[in-house]
Design a protein around this ligand. Structure first.
Ligand code: FES
Length: 101
């Protein structure tokens, strides 16, 4: 597991983009009292998913309004058809950790 960010840094109503030490960007979500994390880059184009919004457990891409499940990274709405990576988030005190295995 590796450090992600502080739990308090993740707003209730919008995703947070976090760049990991190796340069890989992820989007972190607080939804219904739990934390989720996926890749930040949409699989359909060069969009940052952290600039989209969460609705019913799905991250809606800001470019063409396709969506992905924030738990699994599975595509949920066209034009998205290729899954994105989703990472297990662990809360440790005030910190969030992710498992990128
Ligand atoms: S770039 Fe995300 S839906 Fe097209």
């Amino acid at each position: 597991m590796q450090p992600l960010c502080k739990a308090a840094d993740v707003p209730d109503d919008e995703p947070l983009r976090v760049e990991l030490p190796d340069g890989h960007a992820v989007a972190v979500y607080r939804w219904e009292g739990a934390f989720y994390c996926t890749d930040d880059l949409c699989s359909h184009g060069e969009a940052s998913l952290a600039e989209g919004y969460v609705e019913d457990g799905e991250i809606v891409c800001p470019f063409h309004m396709g969506s992905f499940c924030i738990r699994s990274g599975e595509p949920r709405a066209a034009p998205c058809s290729v899954p994105i990576a989703a990472y297990k988030v662990t809360v440790q005190g005030e910190e969030l950790l992710i498992d990128r295995m």
